[in-house]
Design a protein around this ligand. Structure first.
Ligand code: SAH
Ligand code: SF4
Ligand code: F3S
Length: 427
């Protein structure tokens, strides 16, 4: 029996799809990229913006048109909140807290809708697919209720997984060849609520694991981002020097309307502390343009912050009205054209900054963890500690999982080119 899976959305969804792939293959299923030979078609959905949500309906229609005989499964964030609507187009609907239902589906793909508010056992260790770099959930859900965001509704209340479960999971990964873990949560800085240890404590524990080379984490919420965490990043050799710290807006008025829980000044203070303590560190962010009541003046304050921080990369989005959220009913909604102009403005600015940042690497020697073949023929690919893709010439004796010193020779639009060096690094 064959299954086909398509994943939309963030790393949480990628991880969930991996769980499904693991469960099905362990039970004798084979993954296929040929939709026509699939017995089971799975679509893992994202609800964060309206466009993403609409995609699941068009995608299911498209896939059903290509293969009318397969059983169709809709899962993920749209499934969690819109299960009724989806049950009209999919045979099986599975919410974000019901992934374990795939153990039954693997044996008998019966029609049904499986939705729960909470996960039965958040500490359960789901399978992984073999890779050098692996995602590990450290917490599920979100309690922040930013006024624009649907995630607290699609992923439920925040709950931290126990340290022991996380460590066990990572140990198993290391035994299977993983060298880098990405610890996942909507707000990793609030990890440990209800337990008697913090995110920093967890980092110290994970850092001890032999065989592991790198630790990354995402997402850091600025309101809970602390000096202790920066110190841990500085002091723990495996923790990579990169933070994803979404600012969303540079205007205090908008931040308040968004219910983000910090001011621009508090945010910048934390960024400056990070830059001072970890000078080689990289910072990336998320920004929303055209939030209700955002004036040109508010928007220009966001532009100012982008210029001040000089993000290595930023992901910017046009505000999208989401059901269940507070912001959808706010006065002063912004028209599409203004949103688009602001988005273009920011993205052009960011492209220049990214280019400047990438060029700064030329001539430097960086540590690269090899992930495998590059898209370009005859080259290998990996990432440096700052999470930037580095491509370099293929060599027979190098394999995925190796950590190399690479001298950067060229900056492309989003990545770097380098050559392997035996010299001592300065990164
Ligand atoms: N937990 C993370 C974000 C998860 S959602 C955090 O707090 O930073 C990923 C990004 O999608 C957000 O950072 C935000 O920039 C964007 N986003 C969320 N809801 C949105 C909406 N209604 N319209 C546009 N962008 C949105
Ligand atoms: Fe959404 Fe805010 Fe939670 Fe992030 S912290 S997932 S933006 S509600
Ligand atoms: Fe992620 Fe989209 Fe859900 S961003 S948490 S898959 S709504």
């Amino acid at each position: 029996m064959n299954f086909y899976i398509k994943t939309f959305g963030c790393q949480m969804n990628e991880r969930d799809s991996e769980k499904v792939i693991g469960i099905l293959t362990q039970n004798g299923w084979r993954m296929t990229s040929d939709i026509k030979e699939a017995d089971l078609i799975i679509v893992n959905s994202c609800a964060v913006r309206e466009k993403a949500e609409n995609k699941i309906y068009s995608e299911i229609g498209r896939l059903k048109f290509k293969n009318r005989n397969a059983t169709v499964v809709a899962m993920g964030c749209v499934a969690q909140i819109n299960y009724e609507k989806l049950s009209r187009v999919a045979h099986i609907v599975i919410g974000t807290n019901t992934i374990d239902e795939f153990y039954n589906i693997a044996k008998n793909p019966q029609k049904g809708v499986f939705i729960k508010e909470r996960m039965d056992n958040p500490d359960y260790i789901f399978p992984h697919t073999k890779s050098v770099s692996a995602f590990v959930d450290i917490m599920y859900g979100c309690n922040n209720f930013c006024t624009y965001c649907i995630v607290p509704f699609t992923r439920g209340r925040e709950i931290s997984r126990k340290k022991e479960a996380i460590i066990d999971e990572i140990k198993k990964l290391i035994d299977n060849g993983t060298r880098e873990v990405m610890l996942l949560g909507q707000n990793v800085n609030s990890y440990g609520k209800g337990l008697n240890y913090s995110f920093v404590d967890l980092l110290y524990e994970v850092n001890k694991l032999e065989g592991l080379k790198r630790i990354r984490f995402t997402t850091s919420h600025p309101k809970d981002f602390s000096k202790e965490l920066i110190e841990a990043m500085r002091d723990l050799d495996k923790v990579c020097e990169h933070i994803h710290l979404p600012i969303q807006s540079g205007s205090n008025k908008i931040l308040k309307l968004m219910r983000r829980g910090y001011t621009k000044e508090e945010y910048l203070e934390k960024v400056m502390m990070f830059k001072e303590m970890i000078p080689q560190g990289s910072i990336t962010t998320d920004i929303i343009v055209g939030f209700p009541q955002e004036t040109e003046e508010d928007f220009l304050q966001t532009v100012e912050v982008v210029k001040t921080v000089e993000y290595d990369t930023s992901f910017s989005f046009k505000y999208s009205k989401r059901p269940l959220t507070k912001a959808k009913d706010m006065e002063g909604q912004i028209d599409e054209e203004t949103k688009l102009n602001r988005l273009n403005h920011l993205q052009q600015l960011q492209a220049q900054i990214t280019q400047k940042k990438l060029k700064d690497y030329v001539g430097r020697i960086v540590e690269v963890l090899v992930e495998g073949k590059a898209k370009k023929e005859g080259m290998l690919a990996g990432r440096n500690r700052q999470n930037i893709v580095v491509n370099f010439d293929f060599r027979d004796n190098i394999k995925a999982g190796d950590c190399l010193r690479v001298k950067i020779t060229k900056a492309l639009k989003h990545s770097l080119i380098g050559e392997i060096t035996e010299g001592v690094g300065n990164d």
